[in-house]
Design a protein around this ligand. Structure first.
Ligand SMILES: NC(=O)C1=CN([C@@H]2O[C@H](COP(=O)(O)OP(=O)(O)OC[C@H]3O[C@@H](n4cnc5c(N)ncnc54)[C@H](OP(=O)(O)O)[C@@H]3O)[C@@H](O)[C@H]2O)C=CC1
Ligand SMILES: CC(C)=CCC[C@@H](C)[C@H]1CC[C@H]2C3=C(CC[C@]12C)[C@@]1(C)CCC(=O)[C@@H](C)[C@@H]1CC3
Length: 354
């Protein structure tokens, strides 16, 4: 019997890289279903996957996670076609009209230091700190610098690069169903899909996994239970990702006894269509000019995974785990070391500073 895997947002970026890596891992035993809103791009993705994995079985499914009717009819089709669903990757996501706040970026870089000289002085400290953290293989930098009143503290800057905290805002739209686009696409459509697919996900005596592509940009400060759709703020992306972390926990509470387990991952900072939108005046190929800077930043933070292959690391890692052994309170991070090695690391989710 083949393992049935469905991936939303599978026609590009991290979703497509995940499909490629899954097929490289186990092409024969896999039935892979690409759930995409744009069928033309979905067909192109399927052909590219079949070109590198000719014996693979790859199906297509039309799914627009921002539309309630599309989710319901896609779920009907899945239930009709497959009698089981072993893995459901909830990966589709948008960050519409992102605005990169250059002022906040430079303020973030320099505000903690009274003079520019102090900042320069901080550089050897950061290098030393990073070296220590690399040697001990732990993120000491974050621990020993948690006192932000310390003028030599580098954690705020590293956190800004690792999570995009405070430097990104978005302008959200409304879907034909009357929902906020980011909320509907990233969270609600996926939630509805899970509920609709319950019969194929929860099978007696068997386990299935839900795997959410969340983000380290998920911040509690952006989320409010009174404003679930984030109608009043300017960080709907962060809010939707924080909500997916919360929802994953709730789904575990509700479904674990029926054999369904949910986990969240962060792929790190990956160069994809989603991130190219952050500097829209910069054509995609010119992003490559920033690569040397990004590689340099990698010395300070292992969250700059940069390639879709590396970003998919934690998604693939979870595929290989027994779901009962996973920590529901962890976010699994795809990380890349300064030397370019990929690995997965769990970090506590929903920490008080988020
Ligand atoms: N890139 C990064 O640095 C990070 C990304 N992420 C998350 O990773 C996930 C994948 O993004 P990434 O690969 O970077 O970006 P891409 O834009 O390359 O991929 C996003 C995918 O989602 C699909 N999608 C968007 N809206 C819908 C919709 N309404 N219905 C169905 N599919 C939809 C897109 O399809 P289409 O081609 O039709 O637009 C595309 O296939 C997202 O959830 C994102 O939030 C998290 C942290 C960091
Ligand atoms: C031009 C130079 C030298 C720096 C600008 C880099 C920023 C564009 C970049 C730094 C950290 C990045 C980042 C994200 C977007 C691009 C940055 C702000 C994300 C917010 C993208 C989406 C996510 O989900 C986050 C995990 C990313 C965190 C880091």
């Amino acid at each position: 019997m083949k393992t049935v895997v469905l991936v939303t947002g599978a026609n590009s970026g991290i979703g497509l890289a995940l499909c490629d890596r899954l097929l490289a891992e186990a092409a024969e035993g896999l039935l892979l279903c690409l759930a995409c809103r744009n069928m033309q791009r979905a067909r192109a993705a399927r052909l590219s996957l079949l070109a590198s994995h000719p014996s693979a079985q790859v199906d297509l499914l039309q799914l627009d996670t921002s539309s309630i009717s599309s989710v319901i009819s896609a779920a009907q089709e899945v239930k009709h076609k497959y009698d089981r669903l072993d893995y459901l990757y909830l990966n589709a996501g948008i960050m519409p009209n992102p605005k990169f706040d250059i002022k906040a970026f430079f303020r973030g870089l320099f505000s903690r230091y009274k003079t520019f000289l102090q900042t320069i002085f901080n550089v050897p400290y950061i290098i030393l700190n990073t070296l220590i953290s690399k040697i001990l293989w732990t993120n000491i930098c974050f621990c020993c610098c948690s006192d932000l009143s310390n003028p030599f503290c580098c954690s705020k800057i590293i956190a800004m690069f690792a999570t995009g905290e405070g430097i990104l805002t978005q302008w959200d739209g409304v879907t034909p169903d009357g929902l906020r686009e980011v909320f509907a696409t990233n969270l609600f459509g996926h939630f509805l899909l899970v509920r609709e697919l319950e019969p194929v996900l929860c099978r007696p005596g068997e386990t299935s996994q839900l795997i959410w592509t969340s983000s380290s940009n998920a911040h509690r400060s952006a989320f409010s239970l009174e404003d679930l759709q984030h109608q009043r703020g300017t960080q709907p992306y962060s809010s939707s990702k924080y909500a997916s972390d919360l929802l994953s926990l709730a789904l575990n509470t509700h479904y674990n006894k029926q054999g369904l387990y949910s986990s969240v991952i962060c792929p790190g900072f990956v160069m994809t269509n989603l991130t190219y939108g952050i500097l829209p005046t910069l054509p995609a190929f010119l992003w490559n000019l920033l690569l040397p800077i990004f590689w340099l930043i990698r010395v300070f933070t292992n969250t700059f995974t940069l390639t879709t292959h590396s970003g998919a690391e934690a998604l693939l890692w979870l595929y290989k785990q027994r779901p009962e052994t996973l920590d529901p309170y962890a976010k699994y991070h795809s990380l890349t070391s300064g030397l370019g090695n990929n690995y997965t690391q769990p970090r506590k989710v929903l920490q008080h500073h988020q």
